[in-house]
Ligand binder design. Structure first.
Ligand SMILES: *Cc1c(COP(=O)(O)O)cnc(C)c1O
Length: 429
């Protein structure tokens, strides 16, 4: 199987960076998420350098929802990145990790007045998703005696080839203002007393492996930027969103690199800006493609069973990694303690959760597997821990960060005490 540069097989064991996953699992227990910091930094730099080769200024805003661990947010802050935040929680985590307020964008289609107040107080730009939200933010900013700096999310109505649950730029999507109504939205923002429109935003979906939709979206954004400039909007930034996919099927999929993305999209953007005679910052918001392949989820085999199919029962299920159950997603699986053994049988890898749908992989050719073996679920760094739950009262897993020869937990495993920590006993019980 093709492996990314930070994963290797040495003497039959899967290594992440300099670390033997078999040793890590013994030391820290399973299930365990392990992330390679160097890989995250390398992916970020690929984006930054590829885009900056075409245009400046560029800001990469990491989509915090992909993996909100504070250690990773610190890594991105250290690299000079910003963040796309979708909730007051993500906003707060990004600020605490040391990110500049001016490097954050508060996105989302349903924000409360409290959310809007928090953003205005912290000096964070907000992407508006409806005319109601424009009225709300104008009122909130007025009450605070401040000005709100905003963009609108454009729905470019593109048919993007990805899973329907993560295609967000379709005409029917819940996100964004239909592109033909965007000028009216900005006209209203220009007329509002306490709002200043400073940017435009779009995000067409996730796990997109083709470049054409990104090029198409950039064309729509350039066209709209032209209309806004003629209307008198001073654009500080144009945000083209995230969504670049990764090759989850290592030997079959091919994902564009950040450089290929930049080489495809940037000519459209740069020509557009040159024609308009403006130089706003270019913002992009990748999540998955920055962190997905940095991380493996280690899980121990509890038992195997030859029933109608051959089952391999492991200690992580959709409580730790929901993507296979939620989207039917494919993740490569390596038997970490004999990673170079030949494929032997077709197995269905099942978690410990009380649901028939709790499968991490179906009918997958694997080497011989028995109780006590260690499996590594690859590409678990995006929408892995961040979508984990405590279903079945199973504590969430620990997360470990490795960098060169160093390793340190970036989150301890939860315990049963954590499960009850927020529960209260009504006085009559
Ligand atoms: C989820 C999201 C992203 C990141 O998407 P990826 O597919 O992880 O790159 C960026 N921007 C917005 C607004 C999002 O909702």
């Amino acid at each position: 199987m093709n492996l990314p540069p930070h994963l290797s097989v040495q003497d039959g064991h899967l290594f992440i960076g300099e670390h033997d996953t078999v040793r890590l699992a013994e030391e820290y227990g399973t299930p365990l998420y392990v992330t390679d910091e160097g890989r995250v930094r390398a992916r970020y730099r690929e984006y930054r350098d590829a885009l900056s080769a075409h245009y400046k200024p560029v800001l990469v805003l990491y989509a915090a929802k992909a993996n909100g661990n504070s250690a990773l947010l610190r890594v991105f802050a250290d690299e000079g990145a910003g963040a796309d935040v979708f909730s007051p929680g993500e906003l707060e985590l990004a600020l605490r990790a040391g990110m500049e307020p001016s490097h954050l964008l508060f996105n989302g289609s349903s924000k409360s007045r409290n959310d809007l107040r928090l953003a205005i107080e912290r000096g964070i730009r907000v992407t508006l998703d409806s005319m109601d939200e424009l009225r709300a933010i104008d009122e909130v900013a007025g009450t605070l005696g401040k000005e709100a700096f905003v963009s609108f999310r454009v729905n470019p109505a593109l048919d993007v080839p990805t899973h329907p649950k993560i295609a967000t730029g379709l005409a029917s999507s819940k996100f964004g203002i239909p592109h033909e109504r965007v000028p009216d939205a900005y006209r209203a923002a220009l007329e509002a007393d306490h709002v200043r429109p400073v940017g435009i935003h779009c995000h067409i979906g996730s796990q997109i492996l083709a470049l054409d939709p990104f090029i198409e979206a950039a064309r729509v954004m350039v066209r709209i930027a032209g209309e806004l400039v003629r209307m008198g909007v001073v654009l500080e930034f144009i945000d083209l969103g995230g969504g670049l996919g990764i090759p989850y099927r290592h030997d079959e999929d091919r994902a564009p690199t950040p450089r290929e993305y930049a080489d495809a999209v940037m000519p459209v953007f740069v020509d557009g800006m040159t024609a308009l005679g403006i130089r706003p910052a270019l913002w992009v918001e990748p999540g998955r493609s920055l962190v997905a392949d940095s991380t493996v989820l280690l899980t121990r085999v509890n038992s195997t069973k030859d029933a109608h199919r051959r089952f391999v029962n492991v200690d992580a299920g959709f409580n730790q990694l929901v993507r296979p159950a939620m989207y039917g997603s494919y993740h490569e699986i390596v038997v970490a303690n004999h990673a170079d053994a030949p494929l032997e049988s077709t197995c269905t890898v099942a978690g410990p959760i009380c649901e028939s749908g709790d499968l991490l992989a179906e009918d997958r050719p694997l080497p011989a597997v028995t109780e006590g073996d260690l499996l590594a679920i690859l590409d678990a760094g995006a929408y892995g821990f961040s979508m984990a739950s405590q279903y079945n009262a199973r504590p969430r897993a620990a997360e470990l960060l490795v960098r060169g020869p160093d390793r340190a937990p970036m989150r301890r495993a939860e315990t049963v005490d954590d499960l009850v920590a927020t529960q209260l006993t009504p006085p009559w019980l």
